[in-house]
Design a protein around this ligand. Structure first.
Ligand SMILES: Cc1ncc(COP(=O)(O)O)c(C=O)c1O
Length: 389
C-alpha cells in the first residue's frame, strides 16, 4: 500500500470507487456457470447502451493494446491497404500493429497537439487508391486531443470502396459522447481501466456488421484474439479462455454506476471537470497542448515551463502524493499529462492543482496555487451551469 493516500491523476489506471474495489475482492466463481453468464451479459449489454450500439460487445481478457490488435487481426489480411490517421503515440501504436501483421499502412500524420480535421482526411482519401480500413483514435491520450470522430467517420464512409472504420476508443468511451451506430463506426475498442472504473485487465470490443462480414475474409493469424471464438462462447455466456473474473466484478459496478448517472450527465460531468482542470493549469501559467475546441474531457496535456526538469519536479509532486503522467515518445520530458476520467469530481482535481502550483513555486516558477484552485472551481461551475441552463 502507498504510505499516503495518493491523488492518482494518470490517464489510466484510474482510481476505483470503493464499491468497485470491494466488488473486486469477492470470491471466485466458476466461469462456466450461470452466475458468470449473468455477469458477462449484464456488462456487455450495459456497455452497448452506453456507447450507442445494438451490435455485439465482446469482452476479452487483456489490455487496450490487445484490443487494438484484435481489431486489426479480425478484419484484415496481409497486404491490405490501410490508412492510419495518427495524431499521437497511440495512433502510432495502432498503425504499428497493422504493419506488424502485414498490412500496407499509409500514415496520415498530424502534428501532435492537433486533431485530424475532416477536410484534410477527405483530401488524403481522395488522393490515394482505395483503402480496406481507416484507423482512427477517438481520444489521443498522449496529447489530450479528441478527434471529431463523427465527422471523420462520415468522410471515411464516403471514400472509394467505403473502407472499414476501426476506432481506438480506449480513453474516451464511457466519458465522452459516442454513438457507434448513428456515426457508422464499424468497430470501437476500449479497456476496463479507463472511464469504466475497474482495474486493468479487460479489453472491450464492439463489433458492427461490416466488421463481422470482413472477418470471414480476413486472413491475418489469430488465436487468442479471435472474435469468432469469443462470439461462439459469448452465445453461451462464457469466454473461450479463463477470464479476469475480479476485473469483471469491478467492471459491472462501473457500468452500473454509469447507467445510473445517465450518459448525458456523465458526459457533462467529464466536460465540467476537464474545464476545471484546464482553467486551473492555465492559471498556473502552464500552456496546454490542445487547442480549446479539440481538448479532451478525460486527459489534459500541458507543456512544462522552460528549464523545468521533469524528473525532479515529478519526484517532488509524488513525494506529496500527487501522481501525474509525463510525456510519451517525442514529448517525453516536455509535457505533463493529467488524467480526469471515471470516478472524478472537481475537489480532487483542485487539490491536485494546488499541490502542482506549490511545487512549481518550489522549483522557481512562482504560481498562484490558491488562485488556480479558484479558477478550476469557477470553470467547473460555469460548465455545469451551461450544460443544465
Ligand atoms: C488511446 C489509447 N490507446 C491505447 C492504449 C493502450 O492501452 P493499454 O495500455 O491498456 O494496452 C491506451 C492506454 O493508455 C490509450 O489511452
Amino acid at each position: 500500500m502507498p504510505l499516503m493516500k495518493q491523488n492518482l491523476r494518470v490517464p489510466g489506471p484510474t482510481p476505483l470507487p470503493d464499491e468497485a474495489l470491494a466488488a473486486q475482492s469477492a470470491p471466485m466463481i466458476d466461469h462456466r456457470g450461470t452466475e458468470f453468464e449473468a455477469l458477462l451479459r449484464e456488462i456487455s449489454s450495459g456497455i452497448a447502451g452506453l456507447i450507442g450500439t445494438d451490435e455485439e460487445v465482446l469482452l476479452i481478457t487483456g489490455s487496450g493494446s490487445g484490443a487494438l490488435e484484435a481489431a486489426v487481426v479480425n478484419t484484415l489480411s496481409p497486404g491490405d491497404r490501410v490508412l492510419a490517421v495518427t495524431i499521437g503515440s497511440f495512433g502510432d501504436r495502432f498503425a504499428k500493429i497493422a504493419e506488424v501483421f502485414g498490412a500496407k499502412v499509409d500514415r496520415f500524420e498530424i502534428e501532435w497537439g492537433l486533431a485530424a480535421e475532416p477536410a484534410a482526411l477527405a483530401a488524403q482519401l481522395a488522393a490515394n487508391p482505395a483503402y480496406k480500413a481507416v484507423l482512427l483514435t477517438h481520444n489521443e491520450t498522449s496529447t489530450g486531443v479528441t478527434n471529431p470522430i463523427r465527422e471523420l467517420a462520415a468522410v471515411a464512409h464516403a471514400a472509394r470502396d467505403e473502407p472499414l472504420i476501426l476506432v481506438d476508443g480506449i480513453s474516451g468511451l464511457g466519458a465522452m459522447p459516442f454513438e457507434m451506430d448513428a456515426w457508422g463506426i464499424d468497430m470501437v475498442v476500449s479497456a476496463s481501466q479507463k472511464a469504466w472504473m475497474a482495474s486493468p485487465g479487460m479489453a472491450i470490443a464492439a463489433v458492427g456488421k461490416r466488421a463481422r462480414a470482413a472477418e470471414t475474409k480476413a486472413l491475418m493469424p489469430r488465436f487468442y484474439w479471435s472474435f469468432a471464438e469469443a462470439r461462439r462462447w459469448a452465445a453461451k455466456g462464457q469466454t473461450p479462455w479463463t477470464p479476469a473474473v475480479s476485473v469483471l466484478y469491478g467492471l459491472r459496478v462501473g457500468v452500473r454506476r454509469l447507467l445510473e448517472e445517465g450518459r448525458e450527465r456523465t458526459w457533462a460531468r467529464h466536460a465540467a471537470v476537464a474545464g476545471g482542470v484546464q482553467a486551473g493549469l492555465e492559471s498556473l501559467d502552464l500552456r496546454l497542448l490542445a487547442a480549446a475546441e479539440r481538448r479532451s474531457h478525460t486527459v489534459t496535456a500541458a507543456w512544462l515551463p522552460d528549464e523545468l526538469e521533469w524528473a525532479p519536479f515529478n519526484a517532488a509532486m509524488r513525494a506529496k502524493g500527487l501522481i501525474v503522467a509525463g510525456g510519451q515518445g517525442k514529448l517525453a520530458g516536455r509535457v505533463l499529462r493529467f488524467g480526469h476520467m471515471g470516478d472524478v469530481g472537481i475537489d480532487e482535481m483542485a487539490q491536485a492543482i494546488r499541490v502542482m502550483g506549490e511545487t512549481l513555486a518550489e522549483f522557481g516558477h512562482p504560481a498562484d496555487a490558491a488562485g488556480a484552485v479558484e479558477a478550476a472551481h469557477a470553470a467547473y461551475r460555469a460548465s455545469l451551469a451551461g450544460a443544465t441552463g
